[in-house]
Design a protein around this ligand. Structure first.
Ligand SMILES: Cn1cc(CCO)c2c3c(c(-c4ccccc4Cl)cc21)C(=O)NC3=O
Length: 290
């Protein structure tokens, strides 16, 4: 086999972003185009194993879910020296899990407007994934990545028109759904369970008749956690309490938002709103209940 490494040929490794059972992810600069990418290196799965199926599902999903501003973009994937390598869009703002952790430490919380923006972005990403007849199956703060873009704003206050424009930097935040390793088809589901903290009971009971609503359930708990309702239980009475539809009221936020979250984690998947319903919900409309 060739002993040059495409990875080292094409990329300059900058820093380790994270490790896990999924492998290791590095922030890399592409030597030719000068852009940064997130590159995941994982041990090449044994041919015919579940891991190989998951690895292939991830690449197939990325290939089908081409370009959407709320889904992490895929560029390339290849195998070398017994490793599987996937090159994705690098999101420079960390994961939502990092943000929640930091806020908990600093006793800070998302404002209602920031929570609505988060919910809207991820619901947009889910609407796209579900429209392609796919489901994500591992929606959680650790799989939602953040891109922050500073945009230079030129504003000119004509009153103080001393001929100079004022410069204001605006920060645009975009949330993107990442880690497509559990993505499966709505129609012939080979469900690989996601993180149990965000898993609805019907999936544990292997009822795969409303898979899109499992993503909605996980999104509901993700927003609930971002609103300070976490940390979420992995099992036990508290886990079941949430699955019975008992979410504690997030008193910092409006009744409407609390009602929407309760509906998203409803025990009956058919009662949960679709991604389209969420996007059209009055709570998210621009002048929704100020
Ligand atoms: C741990 N970790 C940290 C980051 C940077 C967040 O600011 C990250 C990224 C990804 C991934 C990732 C997840 C699952 C599969 C493949 C990749 Cl590259 C993991 C990441 C990814 O696809 N894009 C990322 O930015």
């Amino acid at each position: 086999e060739s002993n040059i490494s495409r990875y080292h040929e094409e990329f300059l490794e900058l820093e380790l972003l994270g490790t896990g059972e999924f492998g290791s992810v590095y922030k890399c600069t592409h030597r030719l185009d000068g852009c940064n990418y997130a590159v995941k290196k994982s041990i090449k799965p044994v041919a015919g194993s579940v891991n190989e199926q998951n690895a292939l599902k991830e690449v197939y999903a990325h290939a089908v879910l081409g370009k959407h501003q709320h889904v992490v973009r895929y560029y390339s994937a290849w195998a070398e020296d017994n490793h599987m390598i996937i090159q994705n869009e690098y999101c420079n703002g960390g994961s939502l899990a990092d943000t929640i952790q930091k806020m908990r430490e600093e006793d800070r919380y998302f404002s209602e407007a920031e929570l609505r923006q988060l919910l809207l972005h991820v619901a947009e990403g889910l609407r796209y994934i579900h429209s392609m007849q796919l489901v994500h199956m591992d929606i959680k703060p650790g799989n939602i990545f953040i891109s922050r873009e500073k945009s230079q704003m030129r504003v000119n206050y004509d009153s103080a028109d001393d001929g100079f424009d004022e410069e204001e930097t605006e920060e645009e935040i975009t949330y993107k759904i990442g880690d497509l390793g559990h993505v499966t088809s709505i129609n012939d589901p080979q469900v690989e369970e996601g993180d149990c903290r965000y898993l609805p009971t019907e999936i544990l009971r292997e009822d795969f008749t409303h898979l899109t609503k499992a993503d909605i359930f996980a999104l509901g708990l993700t927003i609930y956690e971002a609103g300070g309702g976490g940390p979420l239980p992995k099992n036990g009475p508290e886990w079941h309490d949430i699955r019975d539809g008992n979410l504690k009221e997030l008193t910092k936020y409006s009744r409407d938002l609390n009602e929407l979250l309760k509906l998203m984690v409803h025990p009956n998947p058919e009662m949960r709103p679709s991604a389209v319903n969420i996007i059209q919900h009055r709570v998210l409309s621009p002048n929704g209940n100020k």
